[in-house]
Ligand binder design. Structure first.
Ligand SMILES: [Zn+2]
Length: 207
C-alpha cells in the first residue's frame, strides 16, 4: 500500500507516493514533474513525457535480483530518470528493497548496474580537470576514470528522492576502483557519489 496519494496538478491523475522521503514525482501520464510538499504537489520544471523505450522494468513493478555483495533481494520500482548525452541516452531506475535499502539501477544498452549512494568524505577535483585514463582519489579509493560526459535530464517517471527537473544538466564521471564501479554526478543541486556492481540480468525475476 502506498503512503500517500496526490492529484497531478497538470492532468489530475492520481499519483501514489510510496516513500515518505521522496521529493519529486513525475507523472507517468502527462510528464509533469512536481515537488512534493505536505500541502500537496507543486508543478516544477518543464513537462517532459518520456518517449517509449522497451525495458523489462516499469514503475510499480516488483521482483527480486541477486547482488553479488548482498545475495537475492526483493525490490519495488519507484521511479525512473532518463539522461541524454551526445552518444544517446541511459535510464536510471530508483528501486526500494524490502529491507528499506534504496538503489539506483542504471540501464545502458541492456546492461544493468546497481549503484548505492555514498557520502563524499573529501572534495573532488574540478570536473574540467578530470580526464579519461587518469586516476583520481575519492573517499580513499583510487578511481581509474573510464568515461566523462555532460548529460541532460530528459525526463522521468514516478517518485525520486532528490530534487531534479527535466532540462537540468548533469556532469558525469564513471570509473572503477578495485573491482567496484564508481559514478559521480554533479548537478546544480548536488554532487552524488555512487558505488556499484554489475547485475547479471538472468538473476532478475518479476513477481
Ligand atoms: Zn499528469
Amino acid at each position: 500500500m502506498s503512503e500517500f496519494a496526490f492529484s497531478c496538478p497538470s492532468c489530475g491523475a492520481t499519483l501514489e507516493i510510496e516513500n515518505r522521503f521522496s521529493k519529486v514525482v513525475m507523472c507517468v501520464y502527462c510528464g509533469q514533474s512536481s515537488a512534493i510538499s505536505p500541502a500537496g504537489l507543486d508543478p516544477t520544471g518543464e513537462k517532459a513525457l518520456l518517449a517509449d523505450s522497451p525495458s523489462i522494468f516499469s514503475i510499480g513493478a516488483s521482483g527480486s535480483m541477486v547482488l553479488a555483495s548482498k545475495g537475492r533481494l526483493s525490490f519495488k520500482v519507484l521511479g525512473r530518470l532518463r539522461y541524454k548525452y551526445d552518444g544517446g541516452f541511459w535510464d536510471e531506475w530508483f528501486l526500494e528493497f524490502t529491507d528499506g535499502q534504496k538503489l539506483w539501477l542504471q540501464e545502458d544498452e541492456g546492461e544493468f548496474t546497481a549503484f548505492e549512494k555514498e557520502s563524499l568524505t573529501s572534495p573532488l577535483p574540478p570536473f574540467e580537470q578530470i580526464s579519461v585514463g587518469s586516476v583520481i582519489p575519492i573517499n580513499g579509493l583510487s578511481v581509474f576514470v573510464t568515461e566523462k560526459s555532460t548529460a541532460v535530464i530528459a525526463g522521468g517517471q514516478g517518485e525520486l528522492l532528490f530534487k531534479t527537473t527535466p532540462g537540468m544538466s548533469a556532469k558525469c564521471v564513471d570509473g572503477n576502483a578495485g573491482g567496484k564501479l564508481v559514478s559521480i554526478e554533479q548537478t546544480p543541486e548536488e554532487i552524488c557519489l555512487s558505488v556499484g556492481e554489475e547485475i547479471d540480468i538472468s538473476s532478475i525475476q518479476f513477481a
